[in-house]
Ligand binder design. Structure first.
Ligand code: NA7
Length: 547
């Protein structure tokens, strides 16, 4: 079913093999996009993937304790009831190796790997107006061309390694959690320093502390965390989730965050203090991201949010025995859930161990890395291993890591110099036939990812099907619709407390020099889905379609 290139074999020789569509990335999004374009629409499609296997973010994030914060039964593809019925998750939250097994199983079941070219890190993608083709080049020097280009590069795949002077002089080992060695790291008998206390650091510290001789956690921003309450899934639960898959899908589609639970309709301020306390206690026992659903106004009303914040801070002080350490951990400067709220297994308890210490790098900033450890403004910490749990150049990093050029060689890096500008997080003005799965300006990281991914992949598939049926060859958002969408994304963020966390990667604040723009769409997944459906129903309103 490959299309016929207007320049025939000459174009092929120069620009490489041609396909209807090229997809960058073989994680949750790329796999499903390949299945839709190849098996549902009958297009010729290829995936280019930097890694040597499928898995996307889970291929790289193999750090100790790596686990998804979404519950297993919702961290699955819901497009196929057959897949849902066959797969059995083992625990409430899926661990990294189990997610890898799942994605490999899906890829094999759908026979996807034959159309994935592994070991191809894409370095550039250039739109050629005369032929209406994207010319995509991999680090290997190979080129590929296609009419449609779908980026499925993930939101958290570009590691943020802080530029601390002296790192190159460190004589021990150092690792970033998002680029973890496949063979693992043995911490036995080692003095370990962990920089970073986001979701990753909070998962890793308790596990590292179990085998390391000593662990020093360097905390820049103190963080809330709620117990995950992980555990094995019972046969009854597995049966229930399979029997109710249609209802669960509907529930996940109806909530703002794509998780399989409804958010309470109560305001935190509408109940007496004792009742509120009891509700929080119950939510703390239930654990996980469900804690946020205890009241409807936690993300929009500061006074309501304060009640949750105070509850968690009190829990930290209760759990952590050393009052000085407890004070540092509970000294949180932002509203609860305004940064991505981690969930944990024994994170605060870990600071009660004799072999664990906390350093507050706001009070004593890291100045340099020495050959034998980390030096702050107050002290030197001798270390054998440094673990950077310092997060990612989120959302825009993976896209801007590729030199993407649209019409008239327009550079995406230039167009986004002051922050990302998309229409619906799905397309960029000036870049025809480019679709950005879970791109900035879409709910993405504020949502249970598979839900956001399935919605985008299906929207793109329907859009391409529509174009083929109507004889359109090009689609591109108008500059006006993109401007309006950017305004709406800002409005939606400002209606919440999310922008109040100044040190948040949602705002790009973790990467020095990155523009401070609230990147994901905070208006809620259900509302967003409705907007996207309406755009499609109106013949892709806001996009320009041409033959
Ligand atoms: P995060 O959430 O970005 O956390 C990174 C942590 O590293 C955070 O505590 C940062 O402090 C800290 N950090 C970053 N740079 C530095 C420097 N230079 N010095 C000291 N500390 C630093 O990344 P995660 O990997 O934990 O989680 C990412 C997402 O993955 C998560 O939200 C889930 O959606 C899954 P800061 O807060 O910036 O002051």
């Amino acid at each position: 079913m490959a299309s016929i290139t207007p320049h025939g074999s000459r174009a092929e020789a120069v620009e490489g093999p041609e396909f209807d569509a090229l997809i960058i990335g073989a994680g949750f999004s790329g796999l499903y996009q390949l299945h839709c374009l190849r098996d549902r629409l009958g297009l010729s499609a290829q995936v280019l993937e930097a890694a040597e296997g499928v898995g996307g973010t889970w291929y790289w994030n193999r750090y100790p304790g790596a686990r998804c914060d979404s519950e297993s039964h919702s961290y699955s593809y819901y497009f196929s009831d057959e897949l849902l019925q066959e797969w059995e998750w083992s625990e409430r939250y899926p661990q990294q190796p189990e997610i890898m097994r799942y994605l490999n199983w899906v890829a094999d079941r759908l026979d996807l790997k034959r159309d994935i070219r592994f070991g191809r890190r894409v370095v550039s993608a250039r739109y050629q107006e005369a032929t209406n083709r994207w010319i995509v080049e991999a680090e290997t020097g190979e080129r590929f061309q296609a009419r449609f280009l779908v980026t499925a590069v993930g939101c958290l795949s570009s590691a943020n390694i802080p530029k601390i002077p002296g790192l190159e002089s460190f004589t021990g080992e150092w690792y970033h959690t998002g680029q973890w060695p496949h063979e693992g790291v043995d911490f036995t008998g080692k003095r370990v320093g962990q920089v970073g206390t986001g979701s990753t650091g909070i998962q890793a510290a308790p596990v590292i502390a179990e085998s390391a001789k000593h662990l020093t956690v360097f905390q820049r921003t103190a963080n809330y965390s709620v117990p995950a309450r992980n555990g094995p899934l019972t046969p009854e639960f597995l049966r229930w989730s399979k029997e109710n898959s249609a209802e669960l899908r509907e529930l996940m589609h109806s909530t703002p965050n794509g998780h399989p639970f409804a958010i309470s309709e109560r305001s935190a301020l509408s109940v007496p203090p004792e009742e509120r306390q009891a509700i929080y206690e119950q939510a703390w026992e239930t654990g996980g991201l469900r804690f946020r659903a205890a009241f409807r106004d936690l993300l929009v009303d500061k006074a309501a949010n304060d009640t949750a914040a105070e509850f968690i801070k009190a829990k930290i002080r209760e759990v952590v025995k050393d009052p000085e350490t407890a004070a540092k951990l509970a000294n949180i400067d932002h509203p609860f859930a305004a940064k991505r709220p981690p969930i944990d297994t024994d994170y605060f308890e870990t600071f009660n161990r004799d072999n664990v210490a906390l350093v507050d790098v706001r009070a004593e900033p890291i100045e340099a890395i020495m050959p034998n450890g980390i030096r702050t403004s107050r002290a030197e910490y001798a270390l054998d291993v440094i673990v950077f749990a310092t997060g990612f150049d989120a959302m825009t990093g993976p896209l801007l890591g590729i030199d993407i050029r649209g019409r008239n060689a327009l550079s995406l890096r230039d167009v986004w110099h002051a922050g990302p500008r998309t229409y619906l997080g799905l397309g960029v003005a000036g870049f025809p036939n480019l679709f950005t799965i879970t791109g900035p300006g879409s709910p993405s990281v504020l949502c249970n990812m598979p839900v956001a991914i399935e919605q985008h992949v299906e929207w793109v598939t329907n859009c391409i099907a529509y174009m083929r049926k109507r004889g359109y060859e090009r689609i591109e958002p108008s500059a006006e619709s993109a401007d309006r969408w950017v305004d709406h994304v800002n409005e939606a963020a400002n209606a919440t407390l999310l922008p109040q966390a100044k040190h948040s990667w949602y705002l790009g604040a973790n990467v020095p020099g990155k523009p401070r723009v609230f990147m994901p769409y905070a208006g809620g997944m259900a509302r967003y889905r409705k907007i996207c459906n309406e755009v499609a129903a109106k013949g892709y309103e806001g996009f320009e379609l041409r033959p």
